[in-house]
Design a protein around this ligand. Structure first.
Ligand SMILES: NC(=O)c1ccc[n+]([C@@H]2O[C@H](COP(=O)([O-])OP(=O)(O)OC[C@H]3O[C@@H](n4cnc5c(N)ncnc54)[C@H](OP(=O)(O)O)[C@@H]3O)[C@@H](O)[C@H]2O)c1
Length: 327
């Protein structure tokens, strides 16, 4: 099969899968099999960090955890939006242990500095939720010269997680959850052209590649850090600004908005992975959708990559990340 035919096959297979599995009605039918008491747990005394917690899925996740008594560190790039969301969460949950930290995940050196400072200041972090994500409509680079979708969705997640692993490992029953996207199903891991310097910049496909890279990072971390429980998930199609305002996807949002999930429905699996006992019994490094472990590959789409290729990707990430590490 040629490259064009393969990408046509992957995109069509993905859309058909999405229409049956990623919509609001698909959530409602999956929810019939959820075990309600999985989420009936107190999180008092457990500490969570959620990136992008001011909006959409991240905000709904923060609210659900706050309502169960967890301490929540909201990591957001916009102070006004973050403080407004914090005030709503405190008011609705009655939980005052909600803290705002301002960090733009696309600013690579600052992510390192933030992780190092957090590790020095706080004694525990039980759960890290890498939720923030963005789709860029055109290629742009950050101060370090990294392409911004890569810097935010991949390097930011890599540095924040690696930087905080020592603190997570010192804390009870640590977990790391990364909010990826079913969009990654159309992409095979790429270890070259990481900054999308070559070829046309298609923001949606660049994002999908970065979401694939998040899946690979999770699988590899699960192998190298056995004391932490890692998982990665797809929230379904959720009506939030990331899809609504992204110039890259206006047609998709317009045609799908009536069948998209609410932020709370989109957050359900993240919350379940973060707090339920049932989630911790699943193998570390797995990919989830609607509280179920599912394959991270479409049938016949040839998106698997070898262990060698995946390890190569991780060592490229490690080397690149180190060049921005503060001394
Ligand atoms: N909605 C969907 O259908 C869908 C499907 C698959 C996966 N996802 C994933 O779900 C996650 C949450 O997105 P959402 O749907 O809830 O959209 P959203 O409401 O737009 O939330 C995205 C959050 O990420 C933050 N963010 C983006 N870039 C950032 C950066 N460089 N530094 C710090 N924070 C940053 C945003 O901050 P601002 O508010 O300041 O912009 C916002 O808080 C993302 O990873 C997204 O890729 C969503």
């Amino acid at each position: 099969m040629g490259n064009t035919t393969m990408s046509l096959y992957r995109n069509s297979a993905w859309f058909l899968k999405g229409m049956t599995e990623f919509t609001r009605s698909a959530f409602l039918s999956a929810a019939k099999h959820f075990v309600e008491k999985d989420l009936e747990v107190s999180m008092a005394g457990r500490v969570f960090m959620i990136t992008g917690a001011n909006s959409g899925i991240g905000r709904a996740t923060a609210m659900a955890i706050a309502k169960r008594g967890g301490t929540v560190h909201m990591v957001c790039r916009n102070k006004d939006k973050a403080e407004e969301a914090r005030a709503d969460i405190v008011k609705e949950s009655g939980n005052k242990e909600i803290y705002v930290h301002i960090l733009d995940l696309s600013e690579t050196r600052k992510v390192w500095e933030f992780a190092e400072a957090f590790k020095r200041k706080y004694k525990a972090l039980n759960v890290l939720i890498n939720n923030a994500g963005c789709i860029m409509s055109e290629r742009d680079v950050n101060a370090e010269g990294l392409e911004k979708s890569f810097a935010s969705n991949v390097m930011g997640v890599y540095i924040l997680t690696k930087g905080l692993i020592p603190l997570l490992e010192k804390s009870a029953e640590p977990r790391v959850i990364t909010v990826s996207s079913g969009g990654m199903l159309v992409q095979k891991l790429r270890t070259g052209n990481l900054q999308t310097e070559i070829g046309r910049y298609d923001g949606t496909m660049v994002y999908a590649q970065h979401k694939r890279q998040q899946v690979v990072m999770t699988e590899q971390w699960a192998k190298t850090h056995s004391n932490v429980h890692f998982s990665v998930m797809h929230p379904g199609w959720v009506d939030t600004p990331v899809v609504a305002v992204a110039n890259a996807m206006p047609d998709f949002h317009q045609s799908m908005k009536d069948s998209m999930r609410t932020p709370e429905q989109g957050a359900d699996t993240t919350v379940w992975l973060a707090i339920s006992e049932a989630a911790a019994t699943k193998p570390s490094g797995s990919f989830f959708q609607d509280r179920r472990m599912v394959s991270a590959h479409l049938p016949l789409a040839w998106t698997h990559s070898s262990q060698l290729e995946q390890q190569k990707f991780m060592s490229v990430m490690e080397d690149l990340a180190k060049t921005f590490q503060p001394h």
